[in-house]
Design a protein around this ligand. Structure first.
Ligand SMILES: [Zn+2]
Length: 138
């Protein structure tokens, strides 16, 4: 019977042991990691909040106008760089499956569709891709 009491004792004390471990060096390291991940989480929330704020008050809040403009500028630059990437890669999109293919490819390497009739990036049908196109066309 004594052994069972010891086991239940152990179970009861596990919680306390965890607290004790937190005082160890490894416990500190873990806590530091937890703190960092929480800080990252807060940063993400700030970013989300900033995005919401940007979308809501863009063009209507003079105080942060310079910051809005900097964001707009950076977005514009990103779009330019995206276009540059497309140009460097000289790719086109398969009209059937949406895979990227070299500009010179006659057939899609993924689904085998004939690509020779595709001149430029075609208008895409799926929502996800039209979003991408929106970004590029911006
Ligand atoms: Zn394809």
């Amino acid at each position: 019977m004594e052994i069972f009491e010891k086991i239940s004792d152990t179970i009861i004390h596990v919680g306390k042991d965890v607290t004790q471990k937190a005082k160890d060096v490894s416990g500190i390291a873990k806590l530091k990691m937890d703190i960092r991940s929480k800080e990252d989480f807060i940063k993400e929330q700030y970013i989300e909040l900033g995005k919401l704020y940007y979308e809501k008050y863009k063009g209507s809040n003079e105080e942060e106008q310079a910051q809005f403009e900097r964001i707009d500028e950076a977005m514009c630059e990103i779009e330019q760089m995206k276009l540059q990437i497309l140009e460097i890669r000289k790719t086109k999109k398969c009209p059937d499956c949406g895979a990227e293919a070299p500009d010179t490819a006659g057939y899609c390497s993924v689904c085998g569709a004939n690509l020779s009739i595709v001149e430029e990036m075609p208008d895409t049908e799926t929502e996800e891709e039209s979003e991408k196109d929106d970004n590029i066309d911006f």
